[in-house]
Design a protein. Structure first.
Length: 218
């Protein structure tokens, strides 16, 4: 087409028109790409989150007696004046990521003024202090299990309040599979240490068919 133009003025006009077409096509592509990105999020929100351990299609989600006890935390002088709260809830992978459980600030979560995520969720709660440091157990026949099963929960999430400076959120947020084949029996024991939550019950190896991507867009 350049060879059909005559005169520098006409040629300059041709170049301007070509650039306009290129710019318009580029903008249309950009708008399309942004639209696809927005629509790709689960539920229309769209968030990046971790992929939790996957269980085989024919697995059975179990109910467990979940017991939390205190370790050397009793030796911490802050334990005398501070309560340590423990929350337990069962969730699906989508709930864990889309609702923000995996990244929710635990200082805000355990705030004395309340927290919207905690207050609106079916959570089992326990509390330790200097006058009551006995082990606390979420029983396998607790009515909360029926609520969690109705939502097809696949993982147990345990959260611990921090007494003061020390362990970070990742050490006080523990996620365990509910897949019955991962456990020897119906009892799960946890220990609350200064460093955070520690699983005391041995788990069986996970199902081999785990996804290669450990993070995805929900």
């Amino acid at each position: 087409m350049r060879f059909l133009t005559t005169g520098s003025g006409n040629h300059q006009i041709f170049v301007d028109i070509s650039m306009t077409w290129w710019y318009a096509d580029g903008m249309r592509y950009l708008i399309f790409a942004i639209t696809v990105l927005i629509m790709s999020g689960c539920g229309g929100g769209g968030t990046w989150g971790p992929v939790l351990e996957v269980s085989p299609p024919d697995c059975v989600m179990g109910r467990f007696d979940v017991t939390v006890s205190t370790g050397r935390i009793q030796d911490d002088p802050r334990f005398i004046t501070s309560d340590v709260e423990i929350d337990v809830i069962a969730l699906t992978n989508d709930q864990y990521c889309i609702d923000g459980w995996y990244k929710h600030d635990l200082q805000d979560y355990f705030s004395v003024t309340g927290d919207s995520l905690r207050d609106a969720s079916p959570v089992w709660k326990a509390k330790f202090n200097a006058t009551d440091d006995d082990p606390k157990t979420l029983s396998s026949d607790d009515p909360l299990w029926s609520i969690w099963e109705a939502e097809e929960a696949t993982h147990l999430v345990i959260l611990a309040k921090q007494m003061g400076e020390g362990s970070g959120d990742s050490a006080r947020r523990l996620v365990l599979p509910l897949d019955r084949s991962r456990w020897h029996d119906d009892k799960i024991e946890l220990r609350l240490m200064k460093s955070g939550l520690v699983l005391r019950t041995r788990r069986l190896p996970p199902w081999p068919g785990q996804p290669t991507n450990r993070f995805k867009h929900y």
